[in-house]
Structure formats: structure tokens, C-alpha cells
Design a protein around this ligand. Structure first.
Ligand code: 5GP
Ligand code: MN
Length: 340
């Protein structure tokens, strides 16, 4: 994939004089959301812009090492500062999400600033078209890869610092399941080589992201797989769930259940997996699939959500018991239509 030249020129002209810039990413930010926001903010700052990074709620503890993360404003705890920054912004960049619903309460704050130019940099399917400039490439394996390409095309890859490279590498690694998904391309590896040449330590980053969890998380994982994984539809579909009570028992911290949903797909015949996690007002739905099975369609149709073909999510507003029954019913319908 290549970012269209007219988009590059539009962006170049938008950034040709110093601006007040907001960089926004999605609720429950992951490595790609945080990494792309931090790298994009650092390059823009180095060019003389005034930049504020905002996320709706806090990031998981195992991303705390990412350079510059401590300067991000969190809407949930810094509401006033966020509203002030949004009011004064000339340009708002939206990174790693495709619909304002992924911002929750912060979405309505953004819509109060009508003068700012709104720019999307994202790799999700079917973006909502209310942006002044859309840099939307669903075939890109991560938003971090898109940001790296943008920096390269706009200013040259020698402008990528070690800190930027560290942040960008996190998103490229996490959004491709450690460079194993079908979304990886030769050019991604070329870009990884550019990042590696800045002197980042790939083993250190790997350990920070994948080997820095709590004991509670390890025990919760064992419990979920052993006790809560149900396999049905002739061994090809799985679901797992966690109630509030179970989360408390294992000292759950935000981000602890990240990645659990992938595990059933290590079983040979498995085609699709779902994880349901109870939150205060809703159940968070996480979906993963293999090959042609399209969980983006499944999430849109049945769970008010979306995402990518093999990784999508959404929400459920009924009880856990009803949600699991409903999921099994939806799976049957999906299969009847030949989609599974
Ligand atoms: P995860 O399961 O890791 O939370 O999310 C997997 C993918 O689904 C991500 O690409 C994410 O953007 C998308 N996704 C997760 N939750 C939602 C949601 O509530 N709405 C939409 N539209 N997409 C979601
Ligand atoms: Mn992403």
C-alpha cells in the first residue's frame, strides 16, 4: 500500500505553519493507539507545533514504559484540561479509530469545537466520513505503520528518533500479533529495519509488553481457559466470559484480559473465538477469527461494534447469561448463511 500523494500534500500544507494540535485516540487505548499518538506528537512538536495528546481513559500498566506516555491527558481524570485544550485547537488528529462512538463521552467534547480541521489517520474498515482529511488504509497492519510512512514521506525517515521508533515498534508488534498476522508485508519489515537502526532494543520492548504482567493476571488466565472456555459448533467456535466477581477475585487491573481471546484459536479446528468481560454498564465483547471468517461483520451485526476482519469488538447491554445464549444463537445464524 502507498499513501496517496494528494493526501501527503494536503497534510504538508496543513502543517506548514505552527498550529495548536490535539491528538486523540480510542477508549481502552492499546499499544497501537498510544504508540501512534506519541510518535506523531513528537514529530509535530519537533516542527514547532503545540501538541496535546488525549485519551478517553487510562492505558494499561504494562504500557507505562512508553516514552512520553506520562504527558498524555486522560479525559476521565483531567476533564477540565482536556476541554480547554480541545477549545483552543486548530487541528484535531484522530488516530487508530474510525467512529466517534469509540471516544465515549469525549466524542461530544470534540464536536463542540467546530473551527478545528479534523484529520483521521487509521486502519479500521468503514470509517465514518466526518473528517476534513481522511488517511484511512484498512490494509495497513497498524496505525503506527501509517504514522511511520507519513513521517517518512513528509520529512524523511532520518527524522525518526529512537523514542519515536520505540513507540512505533510497540504498535506494529502488538497489532500484528508479533508480526504473525496476514496483514504483514515486506514493506512493514523494511520499516521495522528503519526503526531498529535508531538503536531501540527489540528484546526489551518485547519483555515490557508481553512479560510484565501481575501474578493475578497469570492466575486469571489459567482460570478462564480451564473453567470458563466453552467450545461448541463441532469444536470450531469458543467463548469465554468474566463476571465482576471473578475479576475482583483475581485483582483485575485494566488490560489484564487483553489477548485472552486469542488463545482458543491455538486449537487446531478453531475458527472463531469470543471473550465477554463485564464492565459497570455493559459487557465488553472481543472477537477473533481465522482466515475468511469475518468478525467485523459479526460485531457490526450483533454487537453494535466493528473492527477488522479477524479482530473486532463491540458491546452487550443484557446480562452475561443472556449475552452468552445470544452469542450462540448468532453463531448458528452466521453459520446458516454460510459465513462460518
Ligand atoms: P479488542 O478485542 O482488542 O478490544 O478489539 C479488537 C478490534 O475491534 C479493534 O480493532 C477495535 O478497534 C475494534 N473494536 C473493539 N471494540 C469496539 C467497539 O465497541 N466498536 C467498534 N466499532 N469497534 C470496536
Ligand atoms: Mn490499531
Amino acid at each position: 500500500m502507498q499513501i496517496a500523494q494528494n493526501k501527503i500534500e494536503e497534510l504538508r500544507s496543513l502543517l506548514s505553519k505552527p498550529q495548536s494540535i490535539i491528538i486523540l485516540s480510542h477508549t481502552n487505548p492499546d499499544g497501537d493507539a498510544i504508540g501512534s499518538s506519541l510518535a506523531w506528537s513528537e514529530i509535530l512538536r519537533s516542527l514547532g507545533h503545540n501538541v496535546t495528546c488525549i485519551i478517553p481513559n487510562r492505558y494499561p500498566y504494562y504500557l507505562e514504559f512508553m516514552p512520553g506516555i506520562e504527558n498524555m491527558l486522560i479525559y476521565k481524570s483531567d476533564g477540565d484540561k482536556v476541554e480547554q485544550a480541545v477549545r483552543g485547537a486548530d487541528v484535531i488528529f484522530c488516530l487508530d479509530f474510525h467512529t466517534m462512538t469509540r471516544l465515549e463521552g469525549l466524542g461530544s467534547v470534540i464536536s463542540t469545537n467546530t473551527k478545528a480541521r479534523k484529520v483521521l489517520i487509521d486502519h479500521h474498515l468503514d470509517p465514518v466520513e466526518d473528517f476534513d482529511l481522511m488517511i484511512s488504509y484498512p490494509e495497513a497492519s497498524s496505525t503506527c505503520y501509517l504514522v511511520a510512512l507519513l513521517i517518512e514521506r513528509l520529512y524523511g525517515s532520518d527524522k525518526i528518533t529512537r523514542e519515536m521508533a520505540e513507540n512505533l515498534y510497540v504498535g506494529m508488534m502488538t497489532d500484528t500479533g508479533n508480526f504473525a498476522f496476514s496483514t504483514v508485508t515486506p514493506d512493514l519489515f523494511r520499516m521495522v529495519s528503519v526503526l531498529a537502526a535508531t538503536g531501540i532494543s527489540i528484546p526489551d520492548i518485547h519483555n515490557q509488553v508481553y512479560n510484565s504482567f501481575t501474578e493475578g493476571r497469570a492466575r486469571l488466565f489459567g482460570y478462564v481457559i480451564n473453567r470458563k472456555m466453552k467450545i461448541f459448533h463441532n469444536g470450531t467456535v469458543a467463548h469465554m466470559s468474566l463476571t465482576e466477581d471473578e475479576l475482583r477475585r483475581f485483582w483485575f487491573q485494566q488490560g489484564d484480559s487483553e489477548g485472552f481471546v486469542n488463545y482458543p484459536l491455538t486449537i487446531k479446528k478453531m475458527k472463531m473465538s469470543a471473550m465477554f468481560t463485564q464492565h459497570t454498564d455493559f459487557i465488553r465483547v472481543s472477537l477473533r477469527s481465522r482466515g475468511d471468517i469475518d468478525v467485523n461483520i459479526f460485531a457490526q451485526r450483533y454487537f453494535h461494534g466493528g473492527g477488522h476482519r479477524n479482530a473486532a469488538g463491540g458491546k452487550s447491554f443484557v446480562s452475561m447469561e443472556e449475552t452468552l445464549k445470544y452469542y450462540e444463537k448468532c453463531v448458528k445464524e452466521f453459520a446458516r448463511e454460510g459465513l462460518l
